[in-house]
Design a binder for this molecule. Structure first.
Ligand SMILES: [Zn+2]
Length: 213
């Protein structure tokens, strides 16, 4: 599998509250990872299964080697970065993850509406991008009770380059703008802490909600 250093040499830029970005994979690593995911044992050649109720086009990572690689990413490679960037989490061991590929193209998703993730921390890595549009917009961290309140002003827009990764708390609201042309493919990893429900009403999440402060 792809070898990643422990991340001390990466510089995660702060995009807004609870959202950090860094160049993460080389073009070659993006290609190998996408190939490995598309050719997971058991894939029937149709990778367009349904990873969750929002991304109609994508593929879930089910191969044990790929899943072990993600575990290492979450619990070793990114451990220090996550501890530093997201203080106050009720633990640092991610006992499970839901990981999937999501694709934007004229034959796949065209956009994605405003939502929060079923995760404590999300890692979103762009594997290829020749798209115009399909930008990722963050509208602010909110607890469950304030998830429908007004967006942060200004909102935060991210145009991915292949290899870029963004790391954010699950309750940082986001959506994807209309695709104008081309295609973009990302690997999205929803990391879940051991023994803590990913309930956006829990105290750790509420503490990050500006309306509750
Ligand atoms: Zn709140």
């Amino acid at each position: 599998m792809i070898n990643l250093s422990n991340g001390s040499d990466r510089c995660w830029a702060t995009l807004t509250n609870d959202v950090f970005m860094s160049p993460f994979l080389s073009e070659e690593q993006c290609g190998s990872l996408l190939y490995a995911i598309k050719n997971q044992p058991g894939n029937s050649g149709n990778t367009l299964d349904n990873p969750n109720n929002m991304h109609e086009y994508g593929a879930i990572l089910h191969d044990p080697d790929l899943r072990a690689w993600i575990d290492e990413l979450a619990n070793t490679t990114l451990r220090e970065t996550i501890q530093e960037k997201f203080p106050g989490m009720p633990g640092h061991y991610f006992s499970s993850h839901h990981s999937f590929i999501t694709s934007y193209s004229k034959d796949a998703n065209q956009d994605l509406s405003l939502h929060v993730d079923a995760s404590h921390i999300t890692l979103n890595i762009c594997l290829e991008n020749q798209a115009q549009g399909a930008d990722l917009i963050f509208t602010g961290t909110r607890c469950r009770h304030h998830v429908d309140t007004l967006p942060d002003d200004p909102m935060t827009r991210l145009t991915f380059r292949a290899g870029d990764a963004v790391l954010h708390v699950g309750n940082q609201r986001h959506f994807v703008t209309d695709l104008e042309s081309g295609s973009r493919t990302n690997l999205v990893i929803w990391m879940r802490l051991e023994g803590a429900a990913y309930d956006h009403a829990n105290p750790w999440v509420v503490k990050r909600c500006p309306i509750c402060q």
